[in-house]
Design a protein around this ligand. Structure first.
Ligand code: AHR
Length: 334
């Protein structure tokens, strides 16, 4: 009898433990569902964001800015990294349309080829915001606004600085150019702005220009080829800091002193680039700000509410010399 009572007490204890575990398990599942999101009709805005990739320090800072700002603004963010491939971005945008997100935002890896998917978003009644890079679509009703930089101006500021530096040059000044990925708005526009500015001095000549895809590895590899093919290189214009940083390795390995034997001009002004400038390895940087998150979330709320927003919103940017970089570095956020 005593033995039977002990057994039944044991079974009850097991049953209580099992149901406690079950409740705990359900609660845990419930929590992860809430955290996982999905388009719910709870008044919260859901944004689908397609990012170019993770090719540079600029891009990493941009992604952080977008994720942090979405959280701060109470916007549910669905984020996709396209690994620098347009087809991945089109796929991500189509997924966001299927999921019926409230707003789609993206930074187009290249300028062309977006009309069909943008039309699909428009037909589904989902507003699209372009951020960082724009598209060349003739139909401007396919997106609500563009938020980002004036890339032509960045190239022009870089070129104007060089024109000033080389105004007393009596012979040819040989320039090599590391472009961003082929077809990207910042690659096209920075090339244009720089080319227009240096046209002011016929001594300034671009002797080689190749894409380095905005990456350090690309910058290093293409600079190695430039150095092999061209015995006299006076200036490097790199479309971003990362390619310039990669090129530094190639230049040093070739026995040349960056910043002295070869004048180096870049775009972005991320921390590593600013450090190279302060250290005298770079000579000039035109800034391009990646901190677009807060303005993007603000625009998302406005377009979701049906408010009219400006067709184009440009970021305020500056330029840095070596002395200015030394001053700015301690407070640089990215
Ligand atoms: O579109 C902005 C550019 O993309 C940045 O200048 C570059 O670093 C990035 O990869």
């Amino acid at each position: 009898m005593g033995k039977m009572r002990t057994q039944s007490v044991r079974w009850r204890a097991v049953a209580v433990l099992a149901s406690a575990l079950l409740v705990g398990g359900v609660a845990a599942c419930g929590n992860s569902d809430t955290g996982g999101g999905g388009s719910k009709d709870d008044g919260k805005i859901t944004m689908g964001f397609s990012q170019v990739g993770a090719e540079s320090g600029w891009r990493t800072a941009n992604t952080t800015s977008i994720k942090e700002s979405a959280t701060a603004a109470g916007i549910e963010l669905k984020f996709d990294d396209a690994q620098q491939k347009q087809e991945n971005q089109i796929k991500a945008i189509r997924n966001y349309i299927q999921q019926k997100v409230d707003v789609i935002a993206f930074s187009p890896v290249v300028e062309s080829g977006w009309d069909t998917v943008l039309k699909e978003a428009k037909d589904a009644g989902i507003p699209v915001i372009l951020t960082d890079r724009s598209v060349d679509s003739a139909d401007k009703t396919l997106y609500k606004t563009f938020l980002g930089s004036d890339f032509v101006k960045e190239g022009r500021l870089a070129g104007e600085w060089l024109v000033e530096q080389k105004k007393t040059a009596s012979g040819p000044v040989n320039i090599v150019e590391l472009q961003g990925n082929t077809g990207a708005a910042p690659a096209n526009d920075r090339k244009k702005g720089f080319g227009e500015a240096i046209a002011a001095n016929p001594n300034l000549k671009i002797i080689a220009s190749q894409p380095g895809d905005f990456t350090r590895a690309g910058g290093k590899q293409v600079m190695e080829q430039f150095l092999k093919a061209n015995p006299k290189i006076d200036v490097l214009f790199a479309h971003n800091d990362d390619m310039g940083l990669g090129a530094l390795e190639a230049i040093t390995a070739a026995g040349k002193v960056p910043g002295k034997d070869i004048t180096i001009i870049t775009v972005d002004a991320v921390k590593d680039g600013m450090q190279a400038l302060a250290d005298g390895k770079f000579n000039f940087i035109a800034e391009c700000s990646p901190l677009l998150g807060p303005q993007l979330m603000d625009l998302a709320k406005k377009v979701h509410a049906g408010e009219t927003v400006p067709a184009r919103i440009e970021t305020e940017e500056t330029t840095f010399t070596q002395e200015q970089a030394k001053e700015a570095l301690p407070n640089r956020k990215y």
